[in-house]
Ligand binder design. Structure first.
Ligand code: CU
Length: 417
């Protein structure tokens, strides 16, 4: 007799991934048999430094390290909710394994390796994590000929820019944009997640020739010979052009995280999206772009040509996620969680986001680079053509439709703060 462990979704290699948000996993006795119900304990076996898991019989952040379950001998499935145990993330697939054992006795009936895959501070990646991310980025770029071109073309100046910037759609649009890129990276290497650059701190491990490179006096970024980004082509010219404003010991002159999180007001009862989102778009977001003192990253039309752009925006998105957690702002229907713009398309809750929506009639852009949103091996949400509202409850607190990403310092938490 054994017990099958079935996650809601797996990738093409049969692998399941989790974030802090628990997912519903089915356990079943196999093959079905006659006889009494089977008492088992579900737990996790961790490798040193690996991810940790929590188990519960319903969706909650308050799972436990082990869970006793009774399984019908008939083979009928029982649900167990499994999520990563904050803050213990994985560094690679299989560094944590779900195990089902007899109770009592402890005989192993089933096991399934997984990975607690979350977005991490780029400054704290292991060399292996950094290497996998850089290789996936370089593959996506394909020395200028890869799928990366779509990401460059989505984030442009001119008419499409009105969709992504200068209004309340700024944060939702960039959340979906990063998710699209991260999913493309995960199709290349499923163990990769997008790291973030905490631009209010020095990042000595990020601004090195081995990672995001070091600008020379000509504002051309120098990469180590072993760095896959050495073959990067942002538009047509090889290499990355970036000013010398940020070095390994620089603390950029931007609002700190604590100051940013207070931009919408400090009180739980009155904090609001509109002032938070409006102000943070200028500082720290715009200030972080400009902190480089030149280069493609200081201009919205060219910024994604620098791979650092995605680490910068991942931190912008993390700040929103942290604000949402601190102030309980996950319900798209709540006016303080998202304040729509007046009439501009792309800035109202029900608007499909360009370009994933496809070409639209004026005043929307008539081109749509990249097509629909990339699929995830973790979740069906938000589908090929996400709306503004789909970006808000990324953790699936008010809906089962979580987006399949999380940050290493933003827990999944239900109920009051
Ligand atoms: Cu930006």
């Amino acid at each position: 007799m054994s017990v099958s462990i079935t996650f809601p979704r797996i990738d093409e290699r049969g692998r399941a991934y989790v974030t802090w948000r628990p997912v519903e996993v089915k356990l079943a006795v196999t093959p079905p048999q006659a006889g009494p119900a089977v008492a088992v304990t579900v737990s996790a076996r961790r490798l040193s430094g690996g991810g940790a898991l929590l188990f519960a019989d319903h969706l909650t952040h308050a799972g436990t390290a082990t869970l006793d379950v009774t399984l019908p001998a008939s083979g009928a499935a029982r649900s167990v909710w499994i999520g990563g145990a904050y803050p213990d993330a994985s560094t690679r697939f299989g560094d944590v394994t779900v195990e089902v054992r007899t109770r009592p006795g402890g005989a192993l009936l089933g096991s399934r390796p997984t990975m607690v895959r979350v977005r991490k501070n780029a400054n704290r990646l292991t060399p292996a994590e950094r290497g996998r991310f850089l290789r996936a980025m370089a593959t996506l770029n394909g020395s200028g000929a890869g799928r990366f071109r779509d990401f460059r073309d989505m984030h442009t100046s001119g008419a499409p820019d009105r969709e992504a910037h200068g209004g309340p759609g700024f944060l939702p649009w960039h959340r979906i944009y990063l998710l699209d890129l991260e999913r493309e990276l995960q199709l290349i290497d499923a163990e990769v997640s997008l790291p973030y650059w905490r631009f209010d701190q020095a990042a000595p491990n990020v601004f090195t020739r081995q990672f995001m490179g070091v600008p020379t006096f000509q504002n051309v970024v120098d990469f180590a010979p072993s760095n896959p980004l050495r073959a990067w082509i942002g538009a047509t010219q090889p290499g990355v052009q970036r000013g010398r404003g940020v070095g390994p010991t620089t603390v950029p002159d931007v609002l700190t995280e604590a100051e940013t999180l207070a931009l919408g007001g400090r009180a739980l009862a009155s904090a609001a999206f509109a002032p938070f989102a409006q102000d943070m778009q200028f500082d720290p977001h715009g200030a972080a772009h400009m902190s480089h003192g030149g280069g493609v990253i200081t201009n919205p039309g060219t910024a994604p040509q620098d791979p650092l752009f995605f680490l910068l925006h991942c931190n912008v998105d993390r700040l929103w996620a942290k604000w949402q957690w601190g102030f309980r702002m996950h319900d798209p229907a709540a006016a303080r969680a998202f304040t729509p713009g007046s009439t501009r398309p792309g800035h109202r809750l029900a608007d499909p986001l360009w370009p994933w929506s496809g070409p639209l009639a004026a005043p929307r852009p008539t081109t749509a680079p990249g097509g629909g949103l990339a699929a995830s091996a973790m979740t069906n949400a938000p589908g090929l053509s996400p709306r503004v509202r789909d970006a808000i409850d990324y953790f699936g607190l008010t809906t089962p439709a979580h987006l399949g990403f999380a940050y290493d310092d933003v827990p999944f938490q239900m109920g009051g703060a």
